[in-house]
Design a protein around this ligand. Structure first.
Ligand SMILES: C[S@@+](CC[C@H](N)C(=O)[O-])C[C@H]1O[C@@H](n2cnc3c(N)ncnc32)[C@H](O)[C@@H]1O
Length: 339
């Protein structure tokens, strides 16, 4: 929620600027925006309703005809889009109540199941692109990765592990920008939020976001010592994720050269925020987050593994870490304008 609270005002300002200063409202018949990596949870429609609200208020403010709004939701093929589309009737009811029937009929939805590391929209078809917590998922586990006993970069890993992950992110993020540059209209905007890291270079003396994943590696190794899985199965499992340092992101944007970097904001989040559902310091909140993002990958790699055991161990490791380590991580909000 903290991330959304930071990103929303930035997005609203950008849309205001687009409409008031760059593309006059009357020229846009249909405002087309895409949410990339929308998943199937409640956050997506929250963002969507805020964007719709911003467009509605702006057009009233400047006394212009309200444009149609096309919302395109994207995620991988295996995403359960039905979980989103099933709540659309009640979303439309809310729109009707808030803005009236006529405007609710101008808000249109579609879904595009595909990887955002490919071309997925027609040329020059989008005014605005948003993506939250998705771009740090790279297209694949890097090839030639020798990372026995770990599942991601970790401070004790060989520097080559850092290099191959970095290379994969460079390749993926560059092609992400190139594909979007064909699809976004000139002066169209993009707001990307992702988890980054504190340090540019591999510093074995420092903890960083990778601790969160190393706790999962330790929990899997606990399962090995219980005879639940084989060591070789852990050795061959790695996460397709990369948390870049902000300078790395800036370099890629500059070198790819399709977008101006308008703003790059970084801010800290707690591993273990105050949350009504979870007891602070217990490790439960973090365990729940990590389980929800890693469970499909663990099931696909380890099959019948007893995940309740793994995540019980994770909770214990997490609780111990919360006592002794620096436990915040960096978020990056990147605002781009198509050249
Ligand atoms: C942690 S969820 C973020 C969900 C939502 N955007 C939010 O902020 O709550 C990451 C989503 O990115 C999606 N994703 C990862 N790689 C992707 C890709 N290459 N193309 C499209 N979606 C992708 C995943 O399937 C997942 O649904």
């Amino acid at each position: 929620m903290k991330v959304m609270n930071k990103a929303l005002p930035i997005m609203k300002d950008i849309i205001k600027d687009m409409f008031l200063n760059q593309t006059p409202f009357e020229m846009i018949e249909t405002f087309r925006f895409a949410d990339l990596g929308c998943a199937s949870g409640p956050n997506t429609l929250l963002f969507v309703s805020e964007i719709i609200d911003t467009v509605y208020k702006l057009s009233n403010q400047i006394n212009n005809k309200i444009p149609e709004i096309l919302v395109v939701l994207n995620d991988l093929h295996k995403n359960d889009f039905n979980n989103i589309f099933i709540v659309l009737p009640s979303f439309y009811e809310q729109l009707k109540e808030k803005y009236g029937y006529e405007f609710s009929q101008k808000c249109l939805f579609s879904g595009v199941p595909a990887s955002f590391y490919e071309r997925i929209f027609p040329r020059k078809s989008l005014h605005f692109v948003h993506s939250s917590y998705s771009i740090h998922w790279i297209s694949q586990v890097p090839e030639n990765l020798d990372n026995k006993g770990h599942i991601y970069m970790e401070k004790t890993c060989h520097p080559n592990v850092f290099n191959v992950y970095k290379k994969q992110f460079y390749k993926d993020f560059s092609s992400f920008l190139t594909h979007r540059s064909h699809e976004i209209l000139p002066k169209g905007r993009m707001v990307l939020t992702l988890i980054g890291r504190n340090m540019l270079d591999h510093d074995p003396s420092e903890n960083d976001i990778w601790c969160i994943y190393e706790l999962l590696a330790q929990s899997l190794l606990d399962a090995v010592s219980q005879g639940l899985i084989k060591q070789s199965e852990v050795d061959s499992f790695n996460l397709p994720v990369y948390h870049p340092y902000k300078d790395e992101v800036m370099t890629i944007i500059e070198e790819e050269n399709s977008f101006y970097l308008e703003k790059l904001q970084d801010f800290d989040c707690e591993w273990d925020p105050d949350d009504k559902l979870y007891k602070k310091g217990s490790g439960e909140y973090l365990t729940n987050c990590i389980r929800s993002i890693s469970e499909p990958m663990l099931v696909s790699h380890f099959g019948e593994l007893d995940l309740d055991y793994v995540f019980e161990r994770y909770k214990e490791h997490a609780a111990n870490n919360l006592k002794s380590n620096k436990t915040n991580y960096i978020n990056l909000i990147i605002c781009l304008c198509k050249k």
